[in-house]
Each structure stands twice: as C-alpha cells, then as structure tokens.
Design a protein around this ligand. Structure first.
Ligand SMILES: [Zn+2]
Length: 170
C-alpha cells in the first residue's frame, strides 16, 4: 500500500530529524563533544514494542555514540492521548504527563525523553572538562535511578524548548 509506505517514511524522516535537532541543541547549549551529533538512530514500527529507549551504544566502527531507539507504531494511526510519565514526576507542570494531539508532537515528546537519557549518561564518553561541566550543571547520576533529579533537569530544558507549548515544528 503506497499510502502506508509513505506515512512510514514521513514518520522516519520526522523522527530522525527530531533526534538530530534536539541533540544538536544540547551539544551546543552544554558545549559537548561532536560525538553527540553522530547518534545511532533506530525507528521501530514493531507493534510489540511498547517503549522507546535512549542511552549509548557502540556503532559499526566500535565508537560509543548516543543511541536512540524509538517505538513509533502508534504514530501510524494516531489518536490523541495522555502520555504518562513516571509516578514521582507525573504531576510536574513542565515534565509530567502530557495530552498529545498529533503524531509529530508524540515523536517530539518521546525523543525529548530519550535524548535526556543520552545526555544524562554522557559523562563517561566525554573528555574530563566536558564531563565536569555537565556535572556542575545537572549534578551526579544515580545509576540506580534512571529518572533521577539529574534526568529531570535535562528533560525539563528539552521539554520546554521542543515540546511544551510548541505548536508545530516541521
Ligand atoms: Zn526513561
């Protein structure tokens, strides 16, 4: 079905672009390594995949890079819905649960969350100066808590810039 294929392609292009755009913004804003702008991006239409993932992984050349794996199947037949965040910050006005009305907004919402994990985990892949600057800005990571205060600070900045109150980004 040509129509189906073209919607998938549209979703892929939009999602990849959203990842690159948000990473570039964070890389510039926090003065991080160029590695940040060279991510591994997976766009998955698998109906069994419920969750997206963000972190770091090795690329084909064995280099550690941001790794963003997005579950986008619900964008194919999108219905407005409240997307849920974790209990301990779900009521936060900036980073809590969000009512989402378009598939593009859903992608930006998802990408903002997963990018925040990649930035949260970036310290070990940056040079010592950059890692120290990131630590001063956001604090330490607690490996036991992926959605810690540090994650929330980063996520808040990205949500405000790319999701909340943003009506449309091509
Ligand atoms: Zn998460």
């Amino acid at each position: 079905m040509a129509r189906g294929i073209s919607k998938k392609r549209q979703i892929k292009v939009y999602a990849k672009n959203a990842v690159l755009q948000m990473l570039k913004w964070a890389q510039e804003k926090y003065n991080l390594s160029d590695k940040i702008n060279d991510p591994i991006i997976i766009i998955s239409f698998d109906p069994r995949r419920e969750f997206s993932y963000g972190g770091w992984s090795q690329n084909r050349k064995g280099q550690w890079r941001p790794y963003i794996n997005l579950a986008v199947v619900d964008c194919l037949k999108f219905k407005p819905e409240t997307y849920k965040e974790y209990d301990h910050y779900k009521s936060d006005p900036d980073i809590g649960n969000k009512w989402i009305t378009t598939w593009k907004a859903k992608i930006r919402y998802d990408v903002a969350h997963e990018i925040s994990h990649a930035i949260q985990d970036a310290n070990q892949f940056l040079n010592p100066e950059q890692a120290a600057a990131l630590k001063r800005k956001f604090g330490r990571s607690n490996p036991a808590d992926a959605h810690s205060k540090k994650f929330q600070k980063i996520y808040r900045a990205i949500r405000k810039r790319f999701v909340n109150g943003v009506r449309k980004i091509k």
